[in-house]
Design a protein around this ligand. Structure first.
Ligand SMILES: *Cc1c(COP(=O)(O)O)cnc(C)c1O
Length: 445
């Protein structure tokens, strides 16, 4: 098996930087580019980019010297460039875009903590990143160094997790958690790790991609104290996979950290099945498992980077079966208005009748699966897992089972959403009867 030979690049302007500096993440942070003058030394700016970079109300721009070096300086359509160098498209007004399109603020019991799913929380720990993606879902809060999270916010977030026993999975995001001062990160992880009911910690970070030199031996030593620890990185295009990133993921996986990748489907960047196939295949070579492919959110300033949903489905159709199953991410759209992630995929189920299920495979080959004629229904009354999850109707903030069916009680304790007979039903906390939740009906009271 040939060793992967990923490129290592440094723009001409940085050729004389001593290696100790180039490989020092603090140097990379200090020497980030953000002005027209700095960019002109590395890439040939287009009029549209120059206009955007000179605009006063632009979402923050910063790019590490390492990451800008991966751009082809003369190609205005370079897939890395379009992710991080703003264009005039960003400052035009868009209709239908939303500041907080995922309604995260509405699901925040304390600042920076989003509790939308029954057993896990999203904890925003900083507003700072090593570089800023132009399509950032959280551009409303990210970038402003004066509006980052404080010690008191961390205390409130950790207190909430500690008094909410159904939270078994804590996902650190931001901003980029790995941009925190090493001591702050260590202390934060230690405090979460010390909560008895927290079973898993996850970090979402693009720092290994923007600045692989941040993945030092010390960082790996810190992280491996908090196993099981999962780290999702964010790679959108094969050009981002370099020798340096491969070294960083090698270090992290040797420290026992499970690596995943979340990418965003972006117009003119990776909206092509062949690019995506190469991306996921290169990711598994560096031991990163593709996790999610996101439909681009309705973010202000990112309208020009959105694709139709059909494009995402076409990409999954071109991956599933065509390449290793574990290299295929789940394509999700984060439902506007706070509905959470909704998986979308090609339809492989052609028809479902009494005893016959007609399916097709990735090549279009059609077969029939004969259902069993006798199937003894699972009996929740004798199942110790079902019994241990039994809860009272209306009991707030608990995920469990009612009469053996999975259900979810919203953290606010009012409505119970319950998947019964294929449709969502709702139950009021006062014990009202189940009633179907109509399509399009708002789940909130
Ligand atoms: C994405 C997300 C999670 C994690 O979801 P998984 O599907 O478990 O990866 C948790 N909370 C919020 C608010 C999220 O947006």
């Amino acid at each position: 098996m040939p060793a992967p030979n990923f490129p290592s690049k440094r723009a001409p302007v940085y050729q004389n930087v001593p290696d100790e500096q180039w490989n020092d993440w603090r140097w990379q942070m200090r020497n980030r580019l953000n002005t027209v003058e700095e960019f002109e030394k590395v890439i040939t700016l287009t009029d549209s980019e120059r206009k955007a970079l000179s605009s006063p109300d632009l979402f923050r721009v910063e790019i590490t010297p390492y990451f800008v070096s991966l751009i082809d300086p003369d190609d205005p359509n370079d897939p890395i460039r379009k992710q991080i160098v703003p264009t005039a498209g960003e400052i035009d007004a868009f209709t239908g875009m939303m500041e907080d399109s995922l309604a995260e603020d509405r699901h925040s019991p304390v600042p920076g903590l989003v509790h939308r799913y029954p057993d896990r929380v999203l904890m925003l720990v900083t507003t700072q990143c090593a570089s800023y993606c132009r399509y950032c879902t959280r551009s409303r809060i990210v970038g402003d160094p004066s509006a980052t999270f404080s010690r008191a916010d961390y205390d409130a977030q950790i207190e909430y997790i500690a008094r909410t026993p159904q939270v078994r999975d804590v996902l650190l995001s931001g901003g980029d958690p790995l941009s925190l001062a090493p001591k702050v990160l260590d202390e934060l992880l230690a405090r979460i790790y010390a909560i008895p009911h927290v079973e898993v910690i996850r970090i979402g970070s693009r720092i290994p991609v923007f600045m692989p030199m941040r993945v030092t031996d010390e960082l790996c030593e810190t992280l491996q104290k908090y196993h099981p620890l999962y780290l999702n990185i964010h790679v959108n295009h094969p050009n981002e996979i370099t020798r340096e990133l491969a070294e960083a993921t090698d270090k992290l996986t040797r420290a026992g950290i499970q690596l995943g990748n979340q990418s965003v489907l972006l117009a003119g960047i990776n909206d092509c099945v062949h690019i995506q196939r190469k991306l996921v295949q290169d990711l598994v070579r560096i031991r990163v498992r593709p996790y999610y492919l996101y439909q681009c959110d309705l973010v202000e300033g990112a309208g020009h980077l959105r694709t139709p949903i059909a494009k995402g489905i076409e990409i999954i159709e071109g991956l599933r079966g065509h390449t290793s199953g574990f290299a295929v991410p789940t394509y999700v759209v984060d439902a506007p208005g706070g509905g959470g992630k909704v998986p979308l995929m090609p339809n492989y189920l052609i028809s479902y009748s009494d005893h016959k299920v007609v399916v097709r495979n990735y090549e279009g080959y059609i077969t029939t699966y004969e259902e069993p004629t006798e199937y003894k229904l699972h009996d929740p009354k004798t199942c110790k897992y079902c019994q241990s999850k039994r809860i009272e109707p209306g009991q707030a903030g608990v995920h469990g089972l009612l009469d053996g069916d999975a259900m979810f009680i919203k953290p606010d304790g009012y409505d119970v959403l319950h998947n019964r007979g294929g449709g969502m039903h709702r139950l009021r906390a006062d014990g009202e009867k189940w009633k179907p939740l109509g399509i399009g009906e708002k789940k909130d009271k």
